[in-house]
Design a protein around this ligand. Structure first.
Ligand code: ADP
Length: 467
């Protein structure tokens, strides 16, 4: 690419140079020919009148008077003056031209006339009729140069001086252009080469790779985008590793517990009674919940989750979710504030909305110690409903707030491990809210509690329902 850029710039410079030489040549020749023809034609316009007054003043064709007229003719103009009967009266040529000729014979119709300062390439000819008061006096066959090449040494040296300066300017342009195009192409390709190298390194798994951004142009923007992408990949990779570790832990804890119970049953240390089987069942429940959380989040993030929108009684739905968790909340010694409002139908997926409020409420329960309060409020607005879940629990550190909706993110790992959870719950809450064209907000202060607010539209636009 570097070479291609360099050579194409050189080609452009050479073509420009060639075209300018050609156009100067053309313009100069044309101007000269135009000037020659125009000045001759202006003189010829007065010729019939001058010839007729010469004849009238002398009563015949006087040689001296005609010689005077020939004196004023432009160089290269030849006139054959004939009587109306066709008989030649005289040939009129500027005597200066005749003097300059080595050969005095006038060679009518030949291309180059050596008596002139230019080479005639094309002639024009016309016949003028000369009238007197008594009628036609004579005909004048006129031939004059229409297109000519400059031969005059002074004019020629002027033209070649122009060519020389053009050539000099061209060479200079070629030199400066080559340097500039070499510099520009290097400047363009070097960061691209660095970027290619960095992309290869990232491809090989070196996610720490960053490139320096030195410009603000398109290449600079590409470098910035690359850095952001590599950064993001690194973050995702870190989360993935963390998640694998967490998942292993989450799976191991209930499985180990189940295995120890079964071993105890086999050894007869513990009786396989209802109480012990309930504990095993709870552990299995936890595993089932984890796997369905994972599946739902994966599907939601791939954009393949197909919500089944129906008219859902949202106050009934929240009430059911609260009732499901209220035994646990009360058992933990927490106060629960919830007043079921009147029925209200909104467009939504019943299963997903239940997951959304269950996750928020379950988090409030997990992260609040006794004595504490959990309150749920629902407010109806003209086009939306606003549901907030507030707790007086441990709160979320400010630095973690922007990250808690990322999947697998858990603030204060050791604490979260005690409470269980994989950092999937809020990521799922966010995806479900987006699927319902809603918004989600969190306010929290460490040690004081947290408040999650979900805004859901009452009705979902048709085109989104079928996506
Ligand atoms: P987890 O399965 O760990 O609860 P979530 O995605 O539901 O995952 O939550 C992510 C993190 O956000 C939690 O680990 C916790 O640190 C923080 N968090 C969520 N809800 C609350 C809350 N009500 N109070 C305090 N911290 C919370």
């Amino acid at each position: 690419m570097h070479k291609r850029l360099f050579f194409s710039s050189l080609a452009i410079i050479l073509i420009t140079l060639l075209l300018s030489i050609l156009s100067v040549n053309l313009v100069f020749q044309k101007q000269f020919s135009d000037y020659l023809a125009r000045s001759t034609e202006e003189t010829l316009e007065q010729l019939p009148e001058r010839l007729s007054s010469s004849f009238l003043s002398h009563g015949c064709w006087d040689k001296d008077s005609l010689y005077d007229i020939a004196h004023s003719l432009p160089l290269g103009t030849h006139i054959l003056l004939k009587k109306p009967t066709g008989e030649t009266i005289m040939t009129l040529i500027n005597p200066m031209e005749t003097m300059m000729k080595s050969d005095s014979e006038i060679n009518m119709g030949m291309g180059i006339d050596m008596g002139l300062n230019y080479a005639v390439e094309e002639w024009k000819s016309r016949t003028l009729a000369i009238y007197g008061p008594q009628g036609l006096l004579a005909f004048a066959d006129v031939r004059y140069p229409a297109r000519a090449k400059v031969l005059n040494p002074a004019d020629q040296s002027f033209v070649s001086a122009i060519y020389q300066s053009l050539l000099l300017a061209g060479l200079l342009a070629l030199l400066i252009g080559s340097l500039l195009s070499y510099w520009t192409s290097r400047r363009l390709t070097t960061p691209l080469q660095t970027l290619t190298h960095a992309v290869q390194r990232v491809g090989e798994g070196h996610l720490d790779e960053q490139v320096s951004v030195t410009t603000r142009d398109e290449v600079g923007q590409l470098a910035t985008a690359f850095n952001r992408m590599a950064d993001n990949l690194k973050k995702q990779e870190h989360l993935r590793k963390q998640f694998t570790a967490d998942i292993a832990h989450e799976l191991r804890t209930p499985l180990t517990s189940i295995r120890s119970y079964i071993e105890a049953f086999q050894d007869g240390v513990l009786p396989a009674d209802n109480e012990n089987l309930t504990i095993i069942n709870e552990e299995i429940e936890r595993l089932v919940e984890l796997s369905s959380d994972l599946k739902d989040l994966n599907v939601a993030e791939m954009g393949a989750l197909q919500p089944n929108f129906t008219h859902v009684d949202i106050s009934e739905l929240i009430d059911k979710t609260v009732n499901k968790l209220s035994p646990l909340i009360q058992e933990k010694g927490l106060a629960l504030q919830w007043h079921k409002p009147d029925s209200l139908l909104i467009d939504g997926d019943e299963y997903l909305l239940t997951r959304l409020f269950y996750n928020l409420l379950h988090n409030a329960f997990k992260f609040t110690e006794s004595p504490g309060t959990i309150s749920i409020q629902m407010e109806t607005q003209p086009t939306d409903i606003l549901v907030s879940v507030r707790d007086s629990g441990v709160g979320i550190p400010e630095k973690d707030l922007p990250l808690i909706f990322e999947r697998f993110y858990r603030a204060e790992k050791s604490r979260s491990r005690e409470t269980g959870g994989t950092g999937i719950g809020l990521a799922l809450v966010k995806q479900i809210t987006l699927l319902h064209q809603g918004t989600l907000e969190v306010k929290s202060a460490q040690g004081e509690g947290s408040q999650f607010t979900v805004l859901l539209p009452l009705s979902i636009k048709e085109q989104f329902k079928n996506q």
